[in-house]
Design a protein around this ligand. Sequence first.
Ligand SMILES: CC(C)(COP(=O)(O)OP(=O)(O)OC[C@H]1O[C@@H](n2cnc3c(N)ncnc32)[C@H](O)[C@@H]1OP(=O)(O)O)[C@@H](O)C(=O)NCCC(=O)NCCS
Length: 160
Amino acid sequence: MTNYRIRRFNPETDIEAVQLVNSICLPENYPRFFFLEITDKFPEGFNIAELEDGFKEIVGYEMTRIERGLSNYGFGICKKGHIISIAVLDKYRRLQIAEKLMDAAHNALRLRDVREVYLEVRESNQAAVNLYQKLGYQQNKISKHYYTDGESAIIMTSKI
Ligand SMILES: CC(C)(COP(=O)(O)OP(=O)(O)OC[C@H]1O[C@@H](n2cnc3c(N)ncnc32)[C@H](O)[C@@H]1OP(=O)(O)O)[C@@H](O)C(=O)NCCC(=O)NCCS
């Protein structure tokens, strides 16, 4: 059995491990300052999954930003959560780690009075689409050629 815990990202100790997971799992990689900016603005919205053995390996992360934009569910401008990136190392998938990371992001957003959330996902990424649908997200629109390789993104939104 794999025991893990979800905890807040610590920029002092976790940045290299998170950048490694990001680079292994996703083609969208970010410079160090980007991770630091995200955690600086909304620390509770940046969480990692860590194994609970002696090595405490970081095997997953999610990072989230709070933005302002047109509401998908009401009228006018509101605060919106934006799930910027989430990934779990291959070996530790299907253990509900991503679900728990998303829960942590949603809880952190609610505590900041954010009631809706959105994200982009590649059209071909069925695993991630399934994850988001399981959590109540719905397809909102398609952003054509969103990614640098030309693939389109599905924009998914949810109330939280
Ligand atoms: C998408 C990803 C984060 C899921 O992580 P995970 O920890 O394995 O996901 P969970 O175990 O929490 O799965 C939750 C649900 O997601 C869906 N899901 C996850 N992986 C799936 C897969 N390979 N195939 C189909 N559905 C999948 C299922 O509905 C699953 O629920 P279930 O186990 O009860 O069937 C992971 O596959 C990953 O890191 N992929 C590469 C990076 C990536 O694509 N990030 C998302 C960018 S938008």
